[in-house]
Design a protein around this ligand. Sequence first.
Ligand code: ADP
Ligand code: MG
Length: 350
Amino acid sequence: MIRFESVSKVYDDGTRAVDGLSFDVPAGSLLALVGPSGCGKTTSLRMINRLIDATSGTIALDDIDVLSTDRVALRRKIGYVIQHAGLFPHRTVVDNVAALPRLLGGDRKATRTRALELLELVGLDERFAHRYPWQLSGGQQQRVGVARALATDPPYLLMDEPFSAVDPIVRAQLQDEFLRLQAEIGKTIVMVTHDIDEALKLGDRVAVLRTGGVLAQLGTPLELLTAPVDDFVADFIGGARGYRALGFAGLAGDAALAPESPIRMGETATEGWTIVVDDAGRPRGWVEGGTATADALLTTARFLPRTASLRDLLDGALAAPAGRVGVVDERGVLVGSLTAAAVLSAERAA
Ligand code: ADP
Ligand code: MG
């Protein structure tokens, strides 16, 4: 766990960059620090690995004050990923990843083997290992940066705008990959970003800072989206908040589901849109009145699991010719349907 207790930083010129910051990052979770440029995000991050020392307050890793930990020992425990990856330009990719473990006395062969494994973990196969950083795309360099930060298998990871320097499509891809990676490695992470969408997507919890390094609000993405504490947070999160919040919530139960009367292939629907199921009760498509023949069957509408996000359910309902989306259980068996209105008024679970 990472704990900030009333941490402040005043630079020599009198700039108050961080002011009385307190929060916890539970083990294995990711806290996204988000806020406008100059609000003290980078300063906060660099006080954790002591690239900057706090003016007052305490930062503790697993209840041990970072000030009482030797800087080298500290950085072995804390991986650090920065924008533009910050790779050594004159070293190959594999040497970049192996550099720190080597410096710490690791055996040459073992550190290289491990570096290759890490590169594979972040989606770079051996072809890339012997290139130089300039021979990689921005997104690939950023992946090497992540692999390098993981090289000493540190329990903590600090990431400062890790995906900001790449274009939006690559960024979304890196974010998705990173979510998968974190599900596997379960590091304790503080990630800094100015991008609220990135914070909401990657953060288990999100801390919104305002200028002057003051905490405006800390909460889960759903809490921030549904209950911003003030106008600053609401403005920062921006428009379409209600719609975006749906992406972070699911159905609280089956109460909102309307019952369906499905038919089998060859049977005849009385009127209106009717779901056609197989012998196990799994949906095959819809028919609009008439007999369920292969020709009449509409198979393009999606059926969604009851665990889908409300946003996906809403999209499903809006896109469906029938005006409602069919919902299935974990075995794929039809359990009911939802109209768009039913999705919007459904009881929510985070
Ligand atoms: P962010 O990462 O949120 O953009 P920073 O933590 O980099 O913000 O900076 C916070 C504030 O501290 C800014 O006003 C910045 O100009 C100031 N600052 C950063 N580094 C220094 C420094 N070395 N000396 C004086 N002021 C600094
Ligand atoms: Mg910064």
